[in-house]
Each structure stands twice: as structure tokens, then as C-alpha cells.
Design a protein around this ligand. Sequence first.
Ligand code: ADP
Ligand code: MG
Length: 371
Amino acid sequence: MTLNVSADGQIMDSLSRTLEKLEKDNKKKGSVKQVLLDGCVPFSHQVAGHKCGINNTGVLQHPDGTILKQLQPPPRGPREMHFYTQVYAKDCTDTRLLDLQQHLPKFYGTWAPRESPNELYLKLEDVTKRFSRPCIMDVKIGKRSYDPFASQEKRKEQISKYPLMEEIGFLLLGMRVYQIDSDSYITHDQFYGRSLGKDTIKNGLTRFFHNGQDLQRHAVSLIISKIRSILRWFESQTQLHFYASSLLLVYEGSPHTFNGWKHKRAEKGREHQQGEPQSNCNKPREALSVQGSLTHSHPYCHERNANGMCVGSVEVEHEEIGMGDKKQFGQEAVEVKMIDFAHVFPSNSPDEGYMFGLRNLLSTLEEILKD
Ligand SMILES: Nc1ncnc2c1ncn2[C@@H]1O[C@H](COP(=O)(O)OP(=O)(O)O)[C@@H](O)[C@H]1O
Ligand SMILES: [Mg+2]
């Protein structure tokens, strides 16, 4: 696959320097979200991983609605880039890899600021994009979160972070959950996840599905079926092993939204550059926002241009449909994608560690449904 090292738009000096300035400005103004450079902003739906800071840009959101993940220092960053380019190679004929694509965010090549062409980012689909009130959880999967080439020191460090990884097979790295009554989110970070043991892990997972009023059972069962599908993929392949990789679980927290929503490609027939995300959501903000005080930070389309026009890639429409309507239980109310591939390695055996984690995660979710 030819790498798309694009420099779309007039951008910046060093992104890091600008972020430093941004942090200072934010502190002064007390504002949370600022437009950064070519319209890129820190991604507001990030729940774990390297965050935007002085020495790190974390995950950014591009004005076209995609996200940009800064390439980590070698060998991790190039390894992750290699993985995405391999799976999404145009000439790929490997059916296992082609099957895997459905479980990954779409990959749009690499991106770099025009004035810092060596500063590479992976350009990825934002899997939270179509949600109005996305409830998001990052779950690290596997028996081990260090790869076979890790030093003794690295192994020790990783094991000490969560000694139960071997037994439980997954770790909650972060979550945000929409609360209906307060129209706000509660969040939990990796330290919460690490505090969970065999007796409390089920309660920890349950929190992700509780909106302050009810347990969102429909979301639990839809997510179970998506994870089963990922497990089937793992059962069918022997060529890759995944370490310290995550599942990103998302479900719709708004009771008004998933109730009858539907998606369509806007501006059908409009030509788009192959492999590029579509920019087709041109409705004014008001036309798309839902009722509630969070519309400023969580509109349907997360990113808009200076005129308040949505520039996202999927148009979502509301329809008032009775609460009993079956559509609310549709697959589109949830998303499960594999992310974070800095430690993926070729192999010739099944990935038992990852499958162990998936199976334990599944049985814990099934337990939640029994209550
Ligand atoms: N494709 C994506 N769509 C939406 N959110 C994402 C996506 N990829 C990553 N994220 C968010 O960014 C966080 C960090 O991403 P990750 O790839 O795990 O980076 P790191 O290598 O820093 O751990 C995730 O926990 C998630 O919240
Ligand atoms: Mg991560």
C-alpha cells in the first residue's frame, strides 16, 4: 500500500510547541477545548492512553471528523503503522486480514503537518463519531501486556501494574459513562481499573452499563455479540499475536437518540477521493443537536467548521419513535473495535492469551445479564 503522507492544509510549526502554548492559553482562559492549528483539537472522547500534554500530543481530532494518533517512538509507532498498512493494503488478498478490517477503525493512511513532514500521525476513523452521548470504555485484552521481546525490566513493570492480568485476562483502562439525571458523564481512569480484583471486576464492568437509573441490558447483549464475532476471528487465525492491545467499547447513552436513529450517507453520488474520509455533513449545528445541556461538547458531529457547519463523515438523523420500537435495540446502538497495535507480532499459532481475555470478558458480561 502506498502511504498517504499528506499535508492537507496550511498547518503549523511544531505541533508540540503549539500544544505547549495551547496548554498555557487554556490555563489562562480556563477553556477546555480550543481550536489547534489547522482546526485540529485534542480529541475530547479519549478515555485512556497517552494524553495531550507538554511532551505529547495524544490523540487529536481532525476537522474532517477523523482522529490522528501520533506515531510513538520506534519500534512501537512504526510497528503499529506497519500493522494498519498490512491489514488495509489495497492489494491484500489474505482473507483473514480482510476479515479483520471489520473489527478495526478504518485507516486513512498517515498524516503529517506540512511544515513538520516527519511528524507522523495515523489517520483513523473516530469510532465514537455517530453517537450523541457516547459511553466509552477502553479494555486491555490478554494474559500479558508485555511482548515476547520485552526486557526483564519492562516485564516486571507491566506485571506490577496489574498482577491479575494473567488470571483475569483483561484490564479496564478507562471509561466514561453518561448519567441521565445529571446530563453529565462520570469517568474512571486506569487506576480504578487496576483496583479491581477477581471479586470486584464484575461490579467494575457493570458501572460502564449503568446510567444512574438503569442497567443498559440491551447494550450489554449487543456488545457481547460483537465481542463473540471478534473471538471467532481469533479462533480462525494463527498468524498474528496481539499484546497490550485494547477493545474500545461504545454504546449510545442518550435515550432520545438511539431510539429510532438511522444513518445514511449524505450527498449520495458525490465523488470522494478513494481512501479518504467523506466530508458530507453540512447541516447547521442547530439542526443536529439534541436536547440537553451537553450539546456544546457532544454534538452529533464532533467537529464543525468556523460557520458552525458539521464536517463529519456520517449524517445521523433523529426520528421520534415510540420507546417500544425494536429499532432501539439495533446494532448501531453499540460499537466494538480493536485498537492500539504497537505490540502486534507475526506468529504461527493461535493467540491463546488474547482469546483467554476475550472469553473471560464475555463470561463476565454474561454474568451481568443474569442479575
Ligand atoms: N479509532 C478511535 N476512535 C475513537 N477513539 C479512539 C480511537 N483510537 C483511540 N481512541 C481513543 O484514544 C485512546 C488512546 O488510544 P490508543 O490507540 O490506545 O493509544 P495509546 O497507544 O496512547 O494507548 C483510547 O483509549 C480511546 O479513548
Ligand atoms: Mg492504548
